[in-house]
Design a protein. Structure first.
Length: 477
């Protein structure tokens, strides 16, 4: 797998193999009382490691050290061959134990240490392997969140046959082949669960009848609006003959969009992940290469759910609305977009948005788009209202409006900070108010502070912040 280098938050953090100088400090390092149910003590782990080494098994214990201070402990095995365990646990490098001392938690040590441990595993000290696995207690939400957000994939398996002591298994593929195999295995397990639960998603003529089942504080306003209008992308999630939720499934070229909502009385039973798997399967049939989802930014449970389904957060954006009167404006050099404007308009817009994306810190891989005949054709065939801002005969600004939503507005970088952007937004607001009874809206990426200050100064009000996440789909060989 292609794994990018990671910059440690804790610059002096490193791994030290257990030795005579550090084992006593690690011996007494503990988690909090409520966490002790989730992980064995370091004393027990060291004793177990000694016993397994004496039996010829490969085991390595590490102290997680910040400078000279021990802050955590990890124990890794290889091909452990535990009776009753699946191959995903037995044939791998296994993160057997992992803990951060209670006084050192919430400082980023856990994620940093996982990167260091992965770097060590990738040296394959006991021979090659295709996966790095771990297990965790089913009710240990903190561990599950850490592992899934790091890239471990829950397989749906248990690490042993004992129902009382069984832990959930998650795997980090170390090769593309294993990533594909895990994906297929997970789909098979999901299919078995769907059959057991008689879970399915189906089209219905009227999905608006479920509006009363939806908590409007959990769902974006545009989802509520689309549901009330019986949008064709909505499906009903059924368990047997009982409706237990909704799924919104859409695709556009190579990208898919998936939103799953399980009605509150049916949560906590795994139906959400099963419904998400069914929705993902429909999108794969349409040969998408990536799937997007979204949820309320402040909803931590929704974030954990998305991550458990393999999605990784990308950015957040605030929906804003203008409820004021039309602005008083002088005549401005703004006119409808024409095809002859394409090169100038596209170039300035691409560069402005590229710089905005970099400034937020959410898009480190951003590049400025290049003009193309394909995008020129899309602009020419767009149903949206498009405008250009002209100065001394040159296009210095571009904007498009979709109904009552200002979809984008940009000013050439060299002309920013001169009031043109503010005047442009006022002009667009007035155009919307002239044509429509509804209030103008727009979206502002969280972290785009310059634009946010502008919109606030004009009287726009925040009504919702939506987080967006993405999941890449493995290409078939």
């Amino acid at each position: 797998m292609n794994m990018k280098r990671y910059e440690l938050k804790n610059k002096n953090l490193h791994l030290e193999k257990i030795n005579a100088d550090n084992f006593l400090a690690l011996y007494d390092l503990e988690v909090s009382e409520e966490q002790k149910q989730f992980v064995a003590s370091n004393r027990f782990s060291m004793a177990e490691a000694y016993a397994r080494l004496s039996n010829g098994q490969f085991v390595q214990c590490f102290g997680i050290i910040d400078g000279d201070t021990p802050v955590g402990f990890a124990m890794i095995g290889h091909d452990v061959e535990e009776e009753g365990s699946p191959e995903s646990v037995n044939k791998c490098y296994l993160l057997w134990r992992f803990m951060i001392g209670q006084q050192y938690q919430r400082r980023g040590y856990g994620r940093d240490a996982l990167h260091l441990l992965l770097d060590w595993v990738l040296t394959f000290p006991d021979g090659p392997s295709e996966r790095f696995s771990t297990t965790y207690e089913p009710n240990n939400e903190a561990a599950k969140h850490l592992y899934t957000s790091f890239g471990f994939i829950p397989t749906g398996e248990k690490d042993c046959d004992d129902e009382e002591d069984a832990e959930d298994v998650a795997v980090l593929p170390l090769t593309d082949r294993m990533a594909k195999e895990i994906k297929e295995q997970k789909e098979k397990l999901m299919e078995q669960e769907n059959l057991k639960n008689d879970l399915r998603i189906e089209k219905e003529e009227d999905v608006s009848k479920y509006l009363s089942e939806v908590d409007r504080g959990e769902v974006a306003p545009e989802i509520i609006e689309a549901l009330s209008e019986n949008d064709e992308d909505f499906y009903t999630v059924f368990r047997g003959e009982e409706a237990i939720g909704l799924a919104c499934i859409a695709s556009d070229d190579e990208d898919g969009d998936l939103f799953v909502y399980i009605f509150p009385p049916y949560r906590g039973k795994g139906y959400g992940r099963l419904a998400a798997a069914l929705g993902e399967r429909r999108l794969l049939e349409q040969e998408v290469s990536a799937i997007h989802t979204h949820y309320r930014w402040a909803d931590e449970s929704a974030k954990r759910f998305a991550e458990s389904c393999g999605f990784r957060g990308t950015f957040a954006s605030a929906e804003m609305i203008y409820r004021g009167e039309a602005f008083e404006l002088p005549e401005l050099p703004i006119r409808p977009y024409e095809d002859k404007d394409y090169i100038d308009a596209f170039t300035l817009s691409a560069e402005a948005f590229h710089r905005m994306r970099l400034s937020t810190g959410c898009f480190p891989d951003s590049v400025a788009g290049e003009p193309s005949e394909a995008s020129r054709k899309r602009w020419a065939e767009s149903d949206e209202d498009q405008y250009v801002f002209v100065k001394d005969g040159k296009v210095i600004g571009y904007a498009d409006v979709d109904g009552t939503e200002i979809d984008s507005v940009s000013i050439e970088v060299s002309e920013q900070g001169k009031g043109y952007g503010k005047a442009f937004v006022k002009y667009l607001v007035n155009r919307i108010l002239e044509k429509d009874e509804d209030e103008p809206t727009l979206w502002c990426v969280v972290g785009n502070n310059k634009a946010r200050r502008l919109y606030d100064s004009l009287g726009f009000e925040e009504i919702w912040i939506e987080a967006f996440a993405k999941k890449k789909v493995l290409a078939e060989e």
